[in-house]
Design a binder for this molecule. Structure first.
Ligand SMILES: O=C(O)CCC(=O)C(=O)O
Ligand SMILES: [Fe+2]
Length: 385
């Protein structure tokens, strides 16, 4: 009798992720990414977010559930004008459509703080996946453009030391009509919405909604345009392995507002280690929790792993906005997230320090100069758990 040879395929494989404290690992299913069910990444209508504290209190119930269980949700009725989004999208395409030599004039290698253009093939976010098949344009918080209208002579010195905006990105895009105006209008709208959402997140943590107001006066507020090339017809006909668009990672700061176009490709790692697709939902932003807020919540909120594969022959565009606390502000685990059986797992650290640590691990770009931040802000980086 002849024995049947059964080839065993590992159901789970390790995935290496970068963190500010070195690599971390997850077990990930080898099954193909599947569509998500509506309860897996919920769509939350935030149409009442501008209606005052009581309305935000109500919104917090659904948002808390999503932040704790999935770390990802869509927001509808977010109040950001479609015209503002359309103009930003146009600006992004006008930028990426330029010859690479033109874009390279504002290369990120010129930046002290990760502003500017990242060329295809120069970023490798996940060590267990390929080099990222995308281009990017990044700009960071600058009080000059804050929609709250800041008195630039009154920015505290310790805040100023952590301001990460750089003018060369705007100087090198002056020739693109309305690029700066439309980009910063979009960024300003995201920032205004993020300042409202952070009130809801405060309520989610059992805190007064104004709790984070004083540490979001000069916040982490980083904008990015991501461009993912489409597949060639040959690649599309083969259905074989392709390069990742953006490797598996978690976001760094408190939360991200992500606008994505209709093409699709964003995947989210669920609690069972299965990739599920965060399919584009017209009229929404995706919101996801970042590592810093997870840390502040003593891991109650989930910073969820995600990545992008563009398997379409169409090019894809996304416009994330990363929101965090004032970079100079040292933050402890929130007292409402601990008790005697659940002591703080982490030491206080500032969001700026936290991000700088992670950027340092990112192996981002051959020529990048890394600045960890003002010496005065350097803290003892020990993790308890
Ligand atoms: O392009 C996307 O859909 C995701 C972008 C993203 O995760 C990021 O830039 O951190
Ligand atoms: Fe991300």
């Amino acid at each position: 009798m002849s024995a049947t040879v059964v080839e065993t395929v590992p159901a789970f494989v390790p995935l290496q992720l970068r963190s500010g404290f070195g690599p971390v690992y997850r077990q990930v299913s080898t099954a193909a990414p599947r569509e998500c069910r509506p309860d897996e990444i919920p769509i939350i209508d935030i149409g009442t977010i501008r209606d005052g504290p009581e309305a935000r209190q109500k919104l917090a119930v659904e948002i808390k559930k999503a932040a704790e269980e999935v770390g990802f949700f869509y927001i509808s009725n977010h109040g950001i004008d479609q015209g503002i989004i359309d103009n930003a999208q146009k600006a992004a395409w006008n930028f990426f459509r330029q010859p690479v030599e033109e874009k390279a004039k504002i290369s990120r290698s010129r930046s002290r703080f990760y502003n500017g253009f990242t060329e295809r093939g120069t970023v490798h976010v996940s060590p267990t996946e390929t080099i990222d098949n995308k281009e990017g344009f990044s700009w960071r918080y600058d009080p000059k453009y804050d929609p709250e209208g800041k008195d630039l002579t009154a920015v505290p010195e310790e805040v100023q030391a952590w301001i990460r905006g750089e003018d060369f990105v705007w100087e090198g895009t002056e020739h693109i009509p309305d690029f700066k105006k439309d980009t910063l209008t979009y960024w300003g709208a995201c920032l205004t919405l993020a300042r409202l959402l952070v009130k809801v997140f405060a309520v989610c943590q059992g805190l007064p909604e104004t709790h984070f107001d004083s540490i979001t006066t000069y916040p982490g507020a980083d904008g990015v345009y991501n461009y993912y090339p489409g597949l060639t017809p040959e690649q599309a006909s083969k259905d074989g392995p392709i390069d990742v668009g953006l490797g598996s990672h978690t976001d760094l700061q408190c939360f991200t507002l992500l606008w994505q176009d209709h093409v699709g490709g964003l995947q989210v790692l669920n609690t069972e280690g299965q990739w599920i697709k965060a399919t584009p939902v017209p009229g929404t932003f995706v919101v996801n929790i970042g590592d810093f807020l997870m840390r502040m919540s003593n891991d109650k909120f989930k910073s969820t792993v995600h990545r992008v594969y563009n398997r379409s022959t169409e090019e894809r565009l996304s416009m994330p906005f990363f929101f965090g606390f004032n970079f100079n502000e040292k933050c402890s685990v929130l007292p409402t997230c601990t008790d005697e059986n659940n002591p703080p797992k982490y030491e206080p650290i500032s969001c700026g320090e936290w991000c700088a640590r992670r950027f340092q691990q990112q192996g981002y770009h051959a020529g990048d100069k890394i600045e960890l931040g003002p010496a005065s802000a350097t803290v003892e980086l020990t993790v308890k758990a």
